[in-house]
Design a protein around this ligand. Structure first.
Ligand code: MRU
Length: 350
């Protein structure tokens, strides 16, 4: 088996901290424009998360952490404990920017937790914590990549959904990290990506990101997934997650649930790849997850043009929940959980 050269297959970076500002690669205009937005306030960061300038659960959390660092610039406080009070509006606003990915609240909790002990050096402590969140995410992704790829036989075909790559994380990606590692090791022979309507993360982001890194991938319409499985070309559906509950139920991009149902019907396995920052042991099951609903215009328009008759109503939930019984493996940096259930989740995540 080849070893994984992590840098060779991982060139795109969505989040850059300059020391003065947060630069976010504007994912709304990819793949034809590569444009970093320069953000200097937490309000701008919250808006960028809400408007999908940056998206993907880990990337949202990392951006929010830098949003707190920016908020710290605008307040006067002698100690971390004093700063905590002044920063509350920033924590609240950032936390509200998107509801489903638990990484957002997780990152903000980490930022909050450094303040009481930080004393006079609280600004430095916040910046160090934001750096640590990003660095740990990259390390987790590399570890998960190798662990997830190890589950696959040589010659496998995979189907992925949404974008779970470097664009959605500090780098390397979660499900896309497994695909990067699997390709590098020579286990994965074919990669398919669903277009991921309505925002087209698969079509606009995933296949572009893989192309940048020299990994061949084939785009399919979301509606072609079951047919693809029937042809025998894929052995694994590999996806990320926005929240994994205590019983292993997993929220991810809308369409993941129907992929998991089709996969079970066709004997294709389902792998969910996510760092421990996506695990929410406080939420017992998927029924309790808030599912974000976005503007129906995402369905009624394409590239700024209305494509549906005036007066038509659309419903636009952007995540769904895959029950744990349809998941064959949850891969985290803390270990691989096969056929996940509450008991196995609790053994890994106390
Ligand atoms: O709406 P998005 O693009 O933020 O949704 C992203 C997903 O659903 C991803 O699969 C998930 O966040 C994991 S990203 C590593």
């Amino acid at each position: 088996m080849n070893t994984v050269d992590f840098d060779r297959y991982d060139r795109v970076r969505p989040i850059r901290w300059t020391g003065e500002s947060l630069e976010l690669l504007d994912q709304r205009v990819l793949p034809f424009e590569t444009f970093y937005r320069d953000l200097r306030s937490y309000e701008a960061v919250a808006d960028a998360i809400r408007d999908l300038v940056v998206r993907g659960a880990p990337a949202i959390g990392i951006s929010a952490a830098w949003g707190v660092v920016l908020a710290a610039r605008a307040i006067d406080a002698a100690t971390g404990a004093e700063a905590l009070e002044h920063l509350q509006p920033a924590f609240d606003r950032l936390n509200r920017s998107r509801p489903t990915a638990v990484n957002l609240a997780w990152a903000l909790n980490r930022m909050r937790a450094v303040l009481p002990q930080a004393g006079a050096n609280w600004r430095t402590a916040l910046e160090a914590e934001a750096h640590a969140i990003a660095t740990e995410d990259l390390a987790a992704n590399r570890a998960m990549g190798v662990a997830g790829a190890a589950l696959m036989d040589v010659g496998s075909g995979v189907l992925t959904h949404c974008n779970t790559g470097s664009l959605a994380t500090a780098g390397f990606g979660t499900a896309l990290g497994v695909i990067r590692a699997g390709v590098a090791e020579g286990r994965i022979q074919q990669v398919f990506a669903g277009e991921t309507r309505p925002w087209n993360q698969g079509a606009r982001l995933t296949v572009w990101e893989l192309q940048e890194d020299g990994i061949h991938a084939t785009l399919i319409a979301d509606a072609a997934a079951a047919h693809l499985m029937k042809t025998g070309q894929v052995q694994w559906v590999v996806v990320g997650a926005d929240r994994i509950c205590a019983n292993g139920d997993t929220a991810n991009k809308i369409g993941t649930y129907q992929l998991a149902i089709s996969a079970r019907h066709h004997g294709v396995k389902v792998m969910v790849v996510a760092p421990s920052s996506t695990v929410d042991m406080q939420t017992a099951s998927g029924d309790l997850i808030e599912i974000e609903e976005r503007d129906p215009r995402e369905l009624l328009h394409a590239v700024g043009q209305r494509t549906v008759a005036e007066g038509v109503v659309a419903w636009n939930p952007v995540f769904d929940v895959t029950p744990h019984a349809l998941i064959d493996a949850i891969v985290t940096e803390r270990g691989v959980i096969l056929e996940p259930d509450e008991k196995k989740m609790r053994a890994t995540f106390k």
